[in-house]
Design a protein around this ligand. Structure first.
Ligand SMILES: Cc1ncc(COP(=O)(O)O)c(C=O)c1O
Length: 393
C-alpha cells in the first residue's frame, strides 16, 4: 500500500541542482574532469588547530551529551567574539549552541512561527528558510528583490508587503545567493520598520567573516531584541561538524532551551570542544588568510564573468557566490546549466533553487575552487557559450 506522507513534507521542494549534480557525478565517474561551482561550502578542510582540538576532545572522552544550551565555555567564547568584533556585550546566557545554523533556524522557527502567519523573505534567498517555515505551518511571503535594493528587504518593501497575518521578517546578511549585505544603518531602519509593526526580526549572519573590503555589522549592534543565527560552517570552515548558534533576547531563552532539549538534546559534543579552538589567534590567522583567498577569487571571477556577458549588477561584498543574469544569452537557466555540464563539465546552480523571482534567467556560481580551477572554468564557459543554442531543446 502506498504511504501517504504529510502535506507538510510533500510541500517541500528538493534542491533542483541535485538532478544536475547526479549527472555531473556520472560524468566524473566516467573519467571526466568536472569543475564544481555549485557547492556552497568552503573547499578548505577544517583548520589544523580546530582538528587537533577535536582529536584531543575525542581522546579525552568528550563523547557524551552536553547541556542543551551548549558548553558554557563555548558560549562565553562566542560572547567574547561579539565584544571584540562588534563591540557589543552579549550575555553568554543568551547564546544557544545548535547543530549548524540549520539547528538555530529550526529553534527560531519553532519558537516564533504560528500556523498561517506570514514571514517576509527576500526572493531570491536561501531556499531552506521557506521550507523551515512550511514545516512549522507558517507561511513564507516571498518579496521579490533585485539590484535596485541590492537584493535585500527594505523598510519600503516591508511597508508594501506587510499584511494582517504578517509577524516577522527573516533576512540574511551577507545573503545567499547574492552575497549582498545589510549595512548597519539599513539593519537599523529594517529593525525599526518591523518593530513599528510589532513583529520579530531574525537575521541570518552565517556568512559573517566572509566579507571583502568591508566588515559586516551584526544586527545586535542596533537591535538587542533581534534573533541572530550564526554558524561554524562557513567562516570557521566546519561544515561537516554541524555546529552553529542562536543569540536570542533574554526572555526567550528558557523556552528555546526546552525546544532544544526536545528537538536534538544537544549539539555534537566533540564539535563543541573543537570549536573552542576557533577563537585562538593562530586559528583566526588561518581563517583570515582564507578570507583573503576568497577575496582574490571574487576579484578574478566577477570581472571575468561580466566580460563574457553575464549580468552581475551589484558587486557582492560577502559570502562566496555570484548571482548572474543570463538574459544576454537567452534560454532557460536550468537548460543553460545542463548545457554546461554536458558540454564543458562545469557545474553551477540554476536560479530556481533560490525562489521564483526572475529565477528562470539567473544562475549562481560558488567560488569555492582554487584560482587556477576558476580560470579553467572561465575558459570552458567561454567555449560553451559558443555552442549554446537557447532554442535547441
Ligand atoms: C544563508 C544560509 N543560512 C543557513 C545555512 C545553513 O548552514 P549550516 O547548517 O551548515 O550552518 C546555509 C547553508 O548553506 C546558508 O547558505
Amino acid at each position: 500500500m502506498a504511504h501517504r506522507y504529510s502535506a507538510r513534507s510533500r510541500a517541500i521542494e528538493p534542491f533542483h541542482v541535485m538532478a544536475l549534480l547526479a549527472r555531473a557525478n556520472e560524468l566524473q565517474a566516467a573519467g571526466h574532469d568536472v569543475i564544481h561551482l555549485e557547492i556552497g561550502e568552503p573547499d578548505f578542510t577544517t583548520a589544523a588547530p580546530i582538528v587537533a582540538a577535536g582529536q584531543a576532545a575525542l581522546a579525552a572522552g568528550h563523547t557524551r551529551y552536553t547541556a542543551a544550551r551548549g558548553l558554557p565555555a563555548l558560549r562565553e567564547a562566542i560572547a567574547g567574539f561579539y565584544a571584540e568584533r562588534y563591540r557589543v556585550r552579549i550575555d553568554p546566557e543568551r547564546i544557544l549552541i545548535t547543530p549548524g545554523g540549520s539547528g538555530a533556524l529550526l529553534l527560531a522557527a519553532s519558537l516564533l512561527v504560528d500556523p498561517g502567519r506570514h514571514w517576509l523573505l527576500a526572493d531570491p534567498g536561501y531556499p531552506c528558510n521557506r521550507h523551515f517555515l512550511r514545516l512549522v505551518e507558517g507561511c513564507a511571503q516571498l518579496v521579490p528583490v533585485g539590484p535596485e535594493e541590492r537584493y535585500q528587504l527594505t523598510p519600503q518593501l516591508v511597508e508594501r508587503h506587510w499584511d494582517a497575518a504578517s509577524v516577522g521578517a527573516l533576512v540574511a546578511s551577507p545573503a545567499n545567493p547574492t552575497g549582498t549585505l545589510l549595512h548597519r544603518d539599513e539593519l537599523a531602519a529594517l529593525s525599526a520598520a518591523i518593530k513599528a509593526r510589532g513583529g520579530h526580526l531574525v537575521v541570518d549572519e552565517i556568512y559573517h567573516g566572509l566579507t571583502y573590503g568591508v566588515d559586516a555589522a551584526s544586527v545586535l549592534e542596533v537591535d538587542d531584541e533581534a534573533f541572530v543565527l550564526n554558524s561554524f560552517s562557513k567562516y570557521f570552515g566546519m561544515t561537516g561538524w554541524r555546529l552553529g548558534w542562536l543569540v536570542a533576547p533574554e526572555p526567550a531563552v528558557g523556552e528555546l532551551e526546552k525546544l532544544a532539549q526536545n528537538l536534538y538534546i544537544s549539539a555534537p559534543s566533540m564539535a563543541q570542544h573543537a570549536a573552542l579552538a576557533c577563537f585562538a589567534p593562530e586559528t583566526l590567522a588561518i581563517l583570515e588568510e582564507r578570507r583573503a583567498e576568497f577575496a582574490r577569487r571574487r576579484d578574478y571571477l566577477l570581472p571575468a564573468l561580466r566580460e563574457l556577458g553575464f549580468g552581475i549588477a551589484v558587486e557582492p561584498e560577502g559570502a562566496f557566490y555570484l548571482y548572474a543574469d543570463i538574459s544576454a544569452f537567452g534560454g532557460d537557466a536550468f537548460a543553460f546549466c545542463r548545457h554546461f555540464i554536458e558540454t564543458e563539465h562545469v557545474a553551477f546552480t540554476p536560479g530556481v533553487d533560490f525562489g521564483r523571482h526572475q529565477a528562470g534567467h539567473h544562475v549562481r556560481f560558488a567560488y569555492t575552487q582554487s584560482l587556477p580551477r576558476l580560470e579553467e572554468a572561465v575558459a570552458r564557459i567561454a567555449r560553451g557559450l559558443q555552442s549554446w543554442r537557447p532554442d535547441a531543446l
